[in-house]
Design a protein around this ligand. Structure first.
Ligand SMILES: CC(C)(COP(=O)(O)OP(=O)(O)OC[C@H]1O[C@@H](n2cnc3c(N)ncnc32)[C@H](O)[C@@H]1OP(=O)(O)O)[C@@H](O)C(=O)NCCC(=O)NCCS
Length: 184
């Protein structure tokens, strides 16, 4: 079991019992509209499928998705999905009540460190919908650079392609945080 400690946050793999909490946090139109794969409304059944898939994909190395916990409660989620051998795509969201407190930045920093140190990543890619500048700011603060590409990405909640700005972070531009502890 991998645990990552970053400040007050603990990141741990997603478990079956997390489904009700994910159902509660993900049934949020703002969250769904700013991500590609979260439908709205979001049911407990969808959350159950999500946690089952997350467990299986973590074990098979397909996608490393973490529950981000504050004071023992899940408040956010972040993950990296392989694009190829040494390249991964970053994703994250934060529950509505917990935004604007630096949680996305801290959690994403922790999973980037995990990807560079434990998964052998050389490159992390990411994107944000151009009408979601807060996510662009999170990427900028982490050291991501725009690739210059603007593409369309399907959003399940909007049921259409959404204009997306693409970013990347190379290993040599990532500054590890010695305060982040990764235990596995
Ligand atoms: C985007 C999101 C992840 C940010 O989470 P968060 O925990 O609030 O982020 P942080 O507090 O770490 O940082 C947010 C930064 O964006 C800035 N910001 C907030 N709203 C902004 C806006 N409308 N325009 C520009 N910057 C904005 C904040 O000021 C902060 O920057 P600062 O530290 O320099 O002040 C969160 O709002 C969220 O989950 N939204 C819904 C799902 C989503 O968008 N996921 C990302 C998909 S790419």
């Amino acid at each position: 079991m991998t645990f990552i400690t970053a400040g007050k946050l603990i990141l741990r793999p997603i478990e079956r019992g997390d489904a009700p909490r994910f159902a509660e946090l993900c049934n949020d139109e703002t969250l769904a509209r700013n991500t590609s794969r979260i439908p709205h409304p979001y049911s407990l059944q969808e959350a159950e499928q999500f946690v089952r898939r997350s467990e299986a994909e973590f074990l098979s190395g397909q996608e490393s998705r973490f529950a981000v916990c504050l004071d023992g409660e899940i408040v956010a989620c972040t993950g990296v999905m392989p694009n190829s051998d040494k390249s991964f795509e970053l994703g994250y969201w934060v529950g509505a009540l917990y935004r604007g407190k630096g949680i996305a930045g801290t959690a994403a920093k922790a999973i980037l460190q995990f990807a560079f140190e434990k998964l052998g990543a050389e490159l992390i890619t990411a994107g944000h919908f151009t009408d979601n500048p807060a996510s662009g700011r999170v990427l900028e603060k982490l050291g991501f650079r725009p690739t210059g590409e603007i593409i369309g990405t399907m959003s399940l909640a909007r049921n259409c392609d959404v204009e997306t700005a693409r970013f990347e972070l190379r290993r040599e531009h990532f500054a590890a945080d010695p305060g982040i502890r990764i235990e596995s």
